[in-house]
Design a protein around this ligand. Structure first.
Ligand code: GLP
Length: 244
C-alpha cells in the first residue's frame, strides 16, 4: 500500500490495529501485539496514543512483545528500546505493565540462551502474535535479523551489521558507543505472526524495500522472507516506493 505521507500510512495501520483490539475487547479476549522501534513506527504510536486519548481505545487487555533490544544496554539508557517504548507509547496508554515484554539487555551472557527460549515460550503461551509491526534496516534486517539470518531462526543473541552500527552512530554519539550485539526475535518468530505490517518511509529506504518486496527471497535480505508470509502488508510512502 502506497500513501502520500507517513502519517497517512500510520493512520491506516493504527485503524486496523484499533479495530482488531476493539473486537477482541468486546469478546473479552486479549490482543497480542509484536512491536518495533526506530523512527519508522513513531507516527503509528502517536496515532495509537491519540485513539486511546480521544476515542477511548483501551489497551488493558493488550499483551505486547518487542522485537529486539541492544546488548548490552541498561533499560534506563536513553538509547535502549525499553526507554523508547515507554517514551513513545507505553507511558501514554492504559497497558498493564505486567503485559509488556521487551528483551532485557543486561543479562549475563550465560543466561541468554535460556532467556531467549523463555521469550519464545511466553509468546506461545500468550497465544502467538496477532499483529506484528516491523520497520526495515538498510541492511535488509527485520528486528535485528541481519543478512545471513535464516528462516528457521528464533529469538537469540546476534552481532550487528556494520551498516546498522553506522546508522545508529548518530543516536549514540559515535559508532564506537553503539553496542555490538543485540537480542532479537528470529525470522521464524516473526513469520509465525498471523498478520504483519512492515512500514517504510522515505527515499533512504527505497532500495532495500525494492529488494525486500520484489527481489529474490533469501538470507541476503532477511525482510524478503516476508514474501512467503501469508498476510503481510508493506506500508510505504511515495518516497519509499520510488524504486519499486
Ligand atoms: C533498528 C531496529 C529495527 C528498525 C531499524 C530501522 O535497527 N532494530 O527494528 O526497523 O532500526 O530504523 P528506523 O526506523 O529508525 O529507520
Amino acid at each position: 500500500q502506497i500513501f502520500d505521507t507517513p502519517e497517512e500510512g500510520a493512520r491506516y495501520v493504527a485503524a486496523k490495529i484499533a479495530a482488531f483490539i476493539n473486537k477482541r475487547n468486546s469478546e473479552g479476549l486479549p490482543t497480542v501485539l509484536g512491536l518495533a522501534t526506530g523512527n519508522t513506527p513513531i507516527p503509528l504510536y502517536m496515532e495509537l496514543v491519540r485513539l486511546h486519548k480521544e476515542e477511548g481505545l483501551s489497551f488493558k487487555k493488550v499483551i505486547s512483545f518487542n522485537l529486539d533490544e541492544y546488548y548490552p544496554i541498561s533499560p534506563d539508557d536513553v538509547n535502549s528500546y525499553h526507554y523508547f517504548m515507554f517514551k513513545h507509547l507505553f507511558s501514554h496508554i492504559d497497558i498493564d505493565r505486567a503485559n509488556v515484554h521487551i528483551p532485557v539487555g543486561t543479562l549475563a551472557e550465560h543466561m541468554i540462551n535460556e532467556y531467549c527460549e523463555g521469550y519464545e515460550r511466553m509468546i506461545r503461551e500468550a497465544g502467538g502474535i496477532d499483529i506484528q509491526i516491523l520497520g526495515i534496516g538498510r541492511a535488509g534486517h527485520i528486528g535485528f535479523n541481519e543478512p545471513g539470518s535464516q528462516l528457521n531462526d528464533i529469538t537469540r543473541l546476534v552481532t550487528l551489521n556494520p551498516l546498522t552500527i553506522s546508522d545508529a552512530a548518530g543516536d549514540f554519539g559515535g559508532a564506537e558507543f553503539v553496542p555490538r550485539k543485540a537480542l532479537t526475535m528470529g525470522v521464524r518468530t516473526i513469520m509465525e505472526a498471523r498478520k504483519v505490517f512492515l512500514l517504510g518511509w522515505g527515499e533512504k529506504k527505497t532500495e532495500i524495500l525494492a529488494k525486500a518486496i520484489e527481489g529474490q527471497v533469501g538470507i541476503e535480505v532477511p525482510a524478503s522472507f516476508l514474501q512467503k508470509h501469508k498476510d503481510t502488508e508493506f506500508i510505504l510512502d511515495k518516497g519509499a516506493a520510488s524504486k519499486l
